[in-house]
Design a protein around this ligand. Structure first.
Ligand SMILES: Cc1cc2nc3c(=O)[nH]c(=O)nc-3n(C[C@H](O)[C@H](O)[C@H](O)COP(=O)(O)OP(=O)(O)OC[C@H]3O[C@@H](n4cnc5c(N)ncnc54)[C@H](O)[C@@H]3O)c2cc1C
Length: 395
């Protein structure tokens, strides 16, 4: 039997942050990770450069059945706290856009930093260590049976993440564990994920794979302006990934193909300036040529600008500004960056992440029903939740 003060299942962003925060307080901490290395999602994040935080983080950047839940942890561990640690470890970084901070070199440096902090705090990290069974023997007496023996502690932290990218070690273990302790788990689904098209809708976009341009994507009252990428299966790019977290099959999805431009003003000005120009030529001024061409083959009538009557021009402008997309679904957990839903926050303390049902049991990071937008917000939640728990556990 291995005795510890805190056992953490899952050596990802939230688990490692929680581990060294608790370890610094003199607690004996063990991290149990079933994959062959810790922080695999950190390594693959941000195209290998890890978008480790967002300086503009606010609770409004998160989706949750309980939007107030994330406030306390985010307020007590801000992006600037994490940046301070990154700078202390001399990791060079840069802002890409909209407050998103990335490593100049590699995500590996973030994992190394977290592991160095764990080592300094005396945390034991076990990898390739699968969990067979978890038992609660009595109040604050947890047993975790693993391939490396049985571990015992008065505090158990579940930091097993979400379901996305199963090939990287993602499992539904945390949700099952939560349910086995009587916790409600809100329905899960893939978020920050490319959308798929099918049938005629897909055929209409076929041959445009690889074309990218800025749009404003709108669904269920949310809207995001950024690049959209047409893929051979459907639509991707930051604007689509963002809106995917707000969209569900059957919901309306509308694109403004000319964000920041009044389409009717533009078309009227072009008709006055270039009456003989064909519509596709005019649209190619503000859209990728191949997309402009396809628009005029399928959705609009291609003719010289002077031949458009005012109502026809208004109709064309309306389509450009509110282009309806019928997506059939998402690419699912295989490519999703996050999992929406998860352990219901109503039964957790927002200051410590402790279960209100089972004293000594904690849930941190993505396994909890708090999901960030694209842009470093998900790691910031993992750091903040891990820090809140690590600072409070066994107090
Ligand atoms: C491709 C990709 C790119 C991303 N890029 C970014 C980005 O740039 N910025 C950003 O903010 N967010 C990004 N994210 C999201 C971010 O990675 C997650 O939100 C974050 O890692 C969640 O932290 P976590 O600790 O809760 O879970 P994870 O980091 O997923 O860690 C969970 C850990 O638990 C382990 N585990 C699971 N089940 C068990 C079990 N039964 N026993 C033992 N261990 C187990 C897993 O192997 C894993 O190591 C990205 C996600 C993906 C998939």
């Amino acid at each position: 039997m291995h005795d510890y003060d805190v056992l953490i299942i899952g050596g990802g962003a939230a688990g490692l942050m929680c581990a060294f925060t608790a370890g610094r307080r003199g607690l004996r901490v063990a991290v149990i990770e079933h994959a062959n290395r810790v922080g695999k999602k950190i390594l693959m994040s941000g195209g290998g450069r890890c978008n480790f935080t967002n300086t503009g983080t606010t609770p409004a950047n998160y989706l949750s059945g309980n939007p107030h839940f994330c406030k306390s942890a985010l307020a007590r561990y801000t992006p600037w706290h994490f940046i301070e640690m990154v700078e202390r470890h001399r990791i060079a970084y840069h802002e890409k856009e909209l407050g998103q901070l990335f490593c100049d070199e590699s995500s590996k440096l973030i994992v190394k930093m977290l592991m160095d902090e764990c080592t300094a705090a005396g945390v034991r990290v076990l990898t390739s260590c699968g969990v067979d069974r978890v038992e609660a023997m009595g109040e604050r007496d947890f047993r975790v049976h693993t391939a490396a023996g049985t571990f015992r502690a008065p505090a158990l932290v579940v930091a097993t993440g979400g379901l996305s990218i199963p090939s990287m070690g993602a499992t539904g273990f945390g949700y099952e564990l939560a349910r086995s302790f009587g916790h409600a788990v809100l329905p899960t689904r893939a978020g920050l994920v490319p959308l798929t098209l099918s049938g005629t809708h897909q055929q209409r976009f076929a041959e445009l794979s690889g074309v990218a341009f800025p749009v404003t994507a709108e669904a269920n009252g949310a809207s995001f302006s950024n690049q959209m990428l047409i893929t051979h299966r459907g639509l991707s790019g930051p604007s689509i990934l963002q809106i995917s977290s707000f969209w569900q099959p059957g919901d309306a999805l509308v694109l403004d193909l000319l964000p920041g431009l009044d389409a009717l003003d533009f078309l009227e000005a072009q008709r006055a300036a270039r009456p003989a120009a064909m519509l596709h030529t005019v649209l190619a001024e503000v859209l990728p040529k191949r997309f402009a061409q396809r628009l005029c083959e399928v959705w609009l009538t291609d003719r010289p600008m002077k031949q458009f009557t005012p109502p026809q021009l208004r109709e064309a402008a309306a389509l450009l500004q509110r282009f309806p997309v019928t997506a059939s679904g998402t690419e699912g957990y295989r490519t999703a960056e996050v999992t929406l839903g998860g352990v219901d926050t109503h039964e957790l303390s927002s200051t410590t992440m402790e279960s209100r049902r089972v004293p000594g049991l904690y849930f941190v990071g993505e396994v909890v029903d708090v999901t960030g937008w694209l842009g470093g917000y998900n790691f910031q939640w993992a750091w903040a939740a891990g820090h809140a728990c690590g600072g409070a556990v066994c107090a």
